[in-house]
Design a protein around this ligand. Sequence first.
Ligand SMILES: Cc1ncc(COP(=O)(O)O)c(C=O)c1O
Length: 447
Amino acid sequence: MTLVDTSRSEEMLAHRQALLPRGVTGAGRWEDPYPIVFTRARGQFIEDVDGTEYLDYHGGYGTALLGYSHPGVDGAVARAMADGQTFVGCAQVHEAILAERLVDLLPEADRIAFCGGGGSDPLYHAVRVARAATGRRKIVKVEGGYQGWHSDFGASTVPPAADISPTHTPPTVPNSTGVLPEVTEAILAVTANDIASLEERFAAEGDEIAAVFVEPALYSSGVIPVDHDYLRAARDLCDRHGAVLVFDEIICGFRSRIGGAAVPSGVVPDLAAYGKAIANGHVFALLAGKAELMDLLAPNGGVFFSGTFNGGPIGVAAATAVLDELESTDAMARAVRACERLAVGINAAICARGLNAVVQHHGSAWNLYFHTRKVRDVRDLAASLAHDTEALNLAFRHHLRDQAIFMQRRVGTLRGFVSAAHTDADIDRTIDVVEAFLDQHEETLKA
Ligand SMILES: Cc1ncc(COP(=O)(O)O)c(C=O)c1O
């Protein structure tokens, strides 16, 4: 039985498709047979054009840690606007105050470079800083990791469909047309959680590697925890070969603790990029790092650094309010606990039925994988997809949607974000809905 009517979203499709690429604004926003069109979101709920309030696990791609339209954060933004703070493009009072707090919180941070757009911005600056610092071309990235939409990282975001056997040296597979081959050739892919992969890359091309980019928890491929030893090995190899270690904390940072997801490992990168949850739905991102590298940015150094909206007061007000909230309440702990409750509940249901599936979770993010019991790298994920799993993933999202629970489509994964607004009752309802799906698909998942 379906609780929802999505007919207005369906009716809007033709009009939207005439105006927007396939009717959406970014590849990930498409869903078969048509995307649900939303109007507003509050707390743990998001409402569509038909008036249905969905319990939400999309979390604005991980931004809505405190819940949507958080009164503390949006109130701070509204006050900044009322105070005439919608000017951009000049030095402003609050950026240095926020930078001082971040320098205290983030282990790698001597300096902060605020960026004006999404998380892709600081990562792009990080590539240039690393190349300028080392005089080298190549960058190492983890296969299945996503470091933003631009060309310097436009490869190996998913494994090659043709060959998914284990390897220490995955091929560089472009994820876009229109990228210059010499840009793609400068990208070296490594396997997640595989120290030998890092070692082989450095043994072969160590004197050409400018930087290694690692997500300290690999949310780009669902939720794959990254071993602390892997982070340590990356640190050690970068030190020995004179390369820059960059942590991409855009999606995992501030989802498990204040500061980076890497903090428990004790590994300190040279540079780290943050975004998303740090401003709870407002546009904001930053690069943090050691003084000798950050001082290469203009106007100190020769690495061009600009952006109309960099350090704009509205984004700074939002991030400041998020830090206030995280430091003065148990919001982070609540989100993490709720996520744990969900993962434990679904895994118990999987175990009770003896199914081949698993929820992996980290911080306040979770991913349900079908046809596998463990995913350590993107090749494990690819192997799990060789069972018509994408059709099952789509059926799962539709099943949830019919019960007014929303997850955004992602290629190959079912990743969800829990916010501090999710209650135990929300989580328990979700577990019940998931159990009904597992019952329906028990035969398929026993295989
Ligand atoms: C790990 C990671 N890095 C970078 C980015 C790029 O951020 P944005 O899409 O805000 O530019 C994303 C976006 O999902 C991400 O997940």
